[in-house]
Design a protein around this ligand. Structure first.
Ligand SMILES: [Fe+2]
Length: 250
């Protein structure tokens, strides 16, 4: 990958992390965990902070709203691809003929970075990567800094308007579409726009924590990745889809 990155035009190259991501992340499970899985939960049971009696209701309420938004987009995508409307959503909550109901292990993952401490231009809050899940949805972050790469390799600074969500493609939809959709590369860094927003927040006495509300929507491992859907399923199988189930963590 390093060679590919060097081959990019300078202005499109991602920042190089010099250590771990400078971010804090909390995971809250949305919905039940898969009842039938070869991959036991890797994350510990979430801790509920003291002093927030409304914690569970607030987190679940927000999480399910984001899942609902993802489901609408997933249905629209399925229709656009000429697949049955529920081609993707049925994998997010897969109900088979057997009495077991399968469920994608969705995670609400509010993420924070302390710009008071790490507000220097070029600081990497999340190094260049793609997401492993189906679709990722974000509310508008308090501070700018998210860069995404388009399919043509162009790097774009994301500007999410107030009241809108951003949805990004992850590796699962890449497998399900046989590589027609590719998992979007992205990074979060302190840019000159972040610095401007920090100055404004300081003038207004606002918090300098960059907080983004992220939810990772997943499909269930029992089906996702075994083969691509509909016309995306090619023989011989598309090279992008790994056949070994151990690539899954859910
Ligand atoms: Fe990501």
């Amino acid at each position: 990958m390093k060679e590919n990155l060097k081959a990019m035009p300078k202005e499109y190259q991602p920042h190089t992390p010099v250590g771990p991501d400078l971010k804090w992340r909390y995971f809250w499970r949305i919905g039940p965990r898969p009842s039938n899985t070869r991959f036991q939960e890797l994350n510990s049971e979430p801790l509920i902070p003291e002093g927030f009696p409304e914690w569970k209701e607030t987190m679940d309420s927000w999480g399910y709203k984001m899942i609902s938004a993802i489901e609408v987009v997933a249905e629209m995508a399925a229709i656009g691809f000429g697949l049955p409307k529920d081609a993707f959503t049925s994998l997010m909550r897969l109900e088979l003929a057997c009495p077991v109901t399968y469920q994608g292990p969705h995670l609400l993952a509010p993420t924070g970075s302390d710009l008071q401490k790490y507000g220097q231009e070029g600081t990497v809050f999340a190094g260049y990567h793609y997401d492993l899940n189906f679709l990722t949805i974000h509310g508008r972050s308090r501070f700018p800094g998210l860069n995404i790469w388009l399919r043509n390799g162009q790097k774009v600074e994301v500007k999410v308007p107030v009241g809108f969500f951003l949805i990004q493609t992850g590796k699962e939809i890449e497998w399900l579409t046989g590589g027609d959709c590719i998992a979007g590369m992205h990074e979060v860094v302190c840019t000159n726009r972040t610095i401007d927003a920090i100055k404004l927040a300081q003038e207004q006495g606002r918090s300098l924590w960059r907080v983004s509300s992220t939810l990772f929507a997943c499909t269930h491992s029992i089906r996702c990745g075994s083969q691509a859907l509909g016309t995306f399923c090619r023989i011989p199988p598309c090279k992008q889809i790994p056949t070994c189930p151990c690539r899954r963590i859910c």
